[in-house]
Design a binder for this molecule. Structure first.
Ligand code: UD1
Ligand code: CA
Length: 448
């Protein structure tokens, strides 16, 4: 039998956040969610999350994980105290208990499996994952007999100068024989610099303790402050981009781009410099995104180009050209073969096939038909000071430059609107409509 417990009850004081630390996000996914996702791949018989500081908030954020049991730790007297809270939940349990820190978010499932394999083949009471790092500050130092056997872990704050020189650090990831651990949990003491019960002290009370070193020490980086968080983000971004490059995506300047965990890409997508994809984005084949484009929570079809634009919560079909400098706000859908040009803002509108909105327009709360040509500077005046009103524009209609459509309004199909018109009344299909004062020209007005 295998149980996993993730320790996530701490406050994370050094983050200086209103949120509990484990809810802070890397590439769009919270620290604790990352650790849980790695654990799920191991398929343990039991999974626990130890919560405490703002525990309800942590719990609420994890409703999609229904196999997790929450264990409350009050007050938070250290990692050893956190593990003690599992005793009533694992009364008759026999097997291994893997303990993970909720603030070590980049750990891969394959490494947890390796830890378990090493533990099972060594017959140890505990096996821990270590890493060798040039800057071990903040981490517990692991002291061995020169081989794989560990005799103690001393926390950074409890080390003397000489001990601090040791570069072999504790990752906070352990595989215990639960029965053996249970017997020694009551022996932990808080006589240390932080007056806490440390899970690391269990090592001294147990029998055989071994360690193995992780290959890439970045995988076990802890997130204790915003500087470590930025380092993890940067490593994670590299991992995500490398993954997608191996799947056929081109990044012309990878380091200048960021993507979230929940983005997917088709084949032959090119991502130009300083382009960022956030939230859930699904990008089709042959798209050219960027330079300098932000896309959030959107579904984008094939052959879409977007240059220097912001696109949020939209659905865009195939062969649509966007930008430069377009702002596509939430709840916009754009069908095939449309062009959305420079300085165009769209909001909560549907734009049907083959329509062009090429220059300097605001289209909000509108249904725009197919093959419509929205002239430069056309504005839907959708807000009357109290309500947002709808504009409907029929197929093949052409609005003149600088038209204002005062909503609610319905413009039929095949309509032509003269430039500079302010349209306040519905217009039937097939009409020409012009609304502006007549031009007065006085010849010879100035005598030179
Ligand atoms: C811990 C280890 C240290 C290791 C480092 C790796 C101990 C005593 N030290 O130190 O050897 O090098 O992780 O990243 O274990 N937590 C609780 N309840 C508590 C206290 C903490 O659930 O009462 C949780 C925290 O939410 C966090 C994790 O345990 O997710 C680790 O706690 P933290 O205070 O960050 O320990 P470190 O000082 O980083
Ligand atoms: Ca930590």
């Amino acid at each position: 039998m295998l149980a996993i417990a993730i320790l996530a009850a701490g406050k994370g004081t050094r983050m200086k956040s209103k949120l509990p630390k484990v809810l802070l996000k890397l590439a769009g996914v919270s620290l604790v969610e990352r650790v849980i996702s790695s654990c799920e791949k191991i398929k343990p018989d039991k999974s626990f999350l130890v919560i405490g500081h703002q525990g309800e908030r942590v719990k609420e954020s994890l409703t999609k994980f229904n196999s997790i049991e929450f264990v409350n730790q009050q007050p938070q007297n250290g990692t050893g105290h956190a593990v003690q809270q599992l005793i009533p939940f694992l009364k008759n349990f026999e097997g291994e208990l893997i303990v993970l820190n909720g603030d070590v978010p980049l750990l891969q499932a394959s490494t947890i499996k390796e830890l378990l394999n090493q533990h099972r083949s060594s017959n140890a009471d505990v096996t821990l994952l270590t890493s060798r790092t040039s800057n071990p500050k903040g981490y517990g130092r692991v002291f061995t007999n020169g081989s794989k056997e560990v005799h103690k872990i001393i926390e950074d704050k409890d080390c003397n100068e000489e001990q601090r020189e040791n570069k072999l650090t504790n990752s906070g990831i352990y595989c215990f024989n639960w029965k053996k651990l249970k017997e020694v949990l009551s022996l932990l003491s808080n006589k240390n610099a932080q007056s806490e019960l440390y899970i690391t002290d269990a090592i001294g009370h147990l029998g055989k303790a071994i360690h193995f070193e992780v290959v890439d020490q970045r995988e076990v980086s802890g997130v204790n402050d915003r500087i470590q968080m930025a380092k993890c983000e940067s490593y994670l971004q590299e991992r995500l981009r490398n993954y997608w490059m191996n799947e056929g995506v081109t990044f012309t300047d990878p380091k200048s781009c960021t993507i979230s965990e929940n983005c997917t890409f088709g084949n032959d997508v090119i991502i130009e410099p300083q382009t960022h994809l956030r939230g859930n984005c699904k990008i089709g084949d042959d798209c050219l995104l960027g330079p300098a484009t932000l896309i959030e929570d959107s579904i984008i079809g094939n052959k879409v180009r977007a240059i220097q634009s912001v696109i949020r919560t939209c659905i865009i079909k195939n062969n649509v050209h966007i930008g430069p400098f377009a702002h596509i706000r939430p709840e916009v859908s754009i069908e095939n073969n449309c062009k959305i040009g420079n300085f165009v803002e769209l909001k909560k509108s549907s734009i049907r096939e083959g329509t062009s909105i090429s220059h300097l327009s605001y289209i909000g709360d509108a249904d725009v038909g197919s093959n419509v040509n929205i002239g430069a500077g056309t504005i839907t005046a959708n807000y009357d000071g109290q309500n947002k009103n709808k504009s409907i524009i029929g197929d093949n209609t052409k609005t003149g430059a600088n038209s204002v459509l005062v909503a609610p309004i319905q413009i039929g199909a095949n309509v032509t609107i003269g430039a500079g018109s302010t349209i306040t009344k519905d217009v039937p299909s097939q009409s020409l409509v012009v609304e502006r004062s007549r031009q007065i020209t006085r010849e010879g007005w100035k005598i030179i």
